[in-house]
Design a protein around this ligand. Structure first.
Ligand SMILES: Nc1ncnc2c1ncn2[C@@H]1O[C@H](COP(=O)(O)OP(=O)(O)OP(=O)(O)O)[C@@H](O)[C@H]1O
Length: 311
């Protein structure tokens, strides 16, 4: 469990995190989303005591991170996968970490197996690919068998097999009742992995809640219907709060009404349906809508002739 109250961080006159409050519950994967510079890393760094809050508090499993007697067993952290002594082997890095925290070498071998590093565990970390570095970072986070995991961009640099592996790993960890808090820029990945979302923009929470609720609250669910009596059905369904468009003859696109309501209205009036299809927007669409005012670094569309180097 991670609980933040009024958490604020200023760097000079820049407010990176601005009076943020949230609870990350155990037993689920919570995705942390936000544009570049929104304050995700700073928030995560404050959770684990690497940045000191200007104001407010944050606790992990009921206490500030620094107050835990055995922090590695409480919280596993992946913040910067490159922050490893590059001259050492992966096994040596993990063994040193384990030794300084009273963790057995058997656990080192376990996390090496779990993260698929067995084949390269004796190689120098300096020669690791980005993906291998990520796996080592995740192995380090898992070393203390912690109740809470904080992973900043864990799939960064991983190939599709690695991405899928992280997805299964975090889902399993949440299934065991652990708290998993992870950030990612890959919306499709987040949609498949997270149960809950926390969306931040310019240091403030934009929205939070279960993934589907967040999507529906932004875009609203739509229902697509095809019927030979589409016009009549549209007249029956047209009430306050329902918007209806007809992309082609015999087809309706409805906002503000559920598929069940459409089906029941049609049945009550003996109207035949050829299609009744509840449709949901993607997390990517919802995210773009949510954060469009919070993007600090907008890219300007490049005129085609300039992009091609033609002047
Ligand atoms: N040590 C620092 N000194 C000054 N400004 C900082 C520092 N760390 C972060 N910032 C600023 O605080 C803001 C939030 O940065 P942060 O790295 O937390 O964002 P982020 O959401 O993790 O971004 P990204 O997705 O690009 O990693 C940014 O404007 C950043 O430039």
């Amino acid at each position: 469990m991670i609980e933040a109250h009024d958490l604020t961080k200023r760097f000079g006159d820049k407010t990176a995190v601005d009076h943020v409050s949230f609870t990350i519950a155990p037993g689920s994967v919570t995705g942390f989303l936000g544009p570049n510079g929104a304050g995700k890393s700073t928030t995560m760094r404050m959770v684990v005591g690497l940045d000191h809050p200007t104001a407010g508090t944050v606790t992990v499993n009921g206490k500030p991170y620094a107050k835990h007697r055995s922090p590695l067993s409480e919280v596993g952290v992946l913040l910067d996968a490159k922050a490893v002594h590059t001259g050492r082997s992966a096994r040596s890095h993990l063994r040193t970490m384990a030794a300084t925290h009273g963790i057995s070498t058997r656990r080192v071998d376990e996390v090496i197996e779990m993260t698929g590093l067995a084949g390269v565990a004796r190689k120098r970390v300096g020669g690791f690919s980005l993906g291998m570095g990520q796996r080592l970072g995740i192995a380090s986070a898992m070393l203390g068998d912690p109740r809470t995991l904080i992973l900043d961009e864990p799939v960064n640099g991983l190939d599709p097999e690695g991405v899928q592996w992280v997805r299964h790993l975090v889902r399993d960890l949440a299934g065991e009742g652990r708290t998993v808090f992870l950030s990612s820029h890959l919306m499709s990945e987040m949609a498949q992995t997270a149960d809950q979302l926390l969306v931040i923009g310019r240091g403030k929470i934009i929205t939070a809640g279960p993934v589907q609720e967040v999507i529906d609250s932004v875009i609203g669910a739509t229902v697509r219907v095809r019927s030979p009596r589409a016009t009549e059905l549209a007249d029956l369904l047209r009430t306050d709060g329902v918007s209806i468009t007809s992309p082609e003859a015999g087809t309706l696109q409805l906002h503000g009404v559920t598929a069940e309501q459409v089906g029941e209205t049609a049945a009550a009036h003996g109207i035949v349906l050829h299609e009744l299809n509840p449709q949901s927007a993607s997390l990517e669409e919802a995210y773009m809508n949510l954060t469009q005012d919070a993007v600090e670094y907008h890219s300007e569309p490049v005129p085609i002739h300039q992009e091609a180097g033609i002047r």
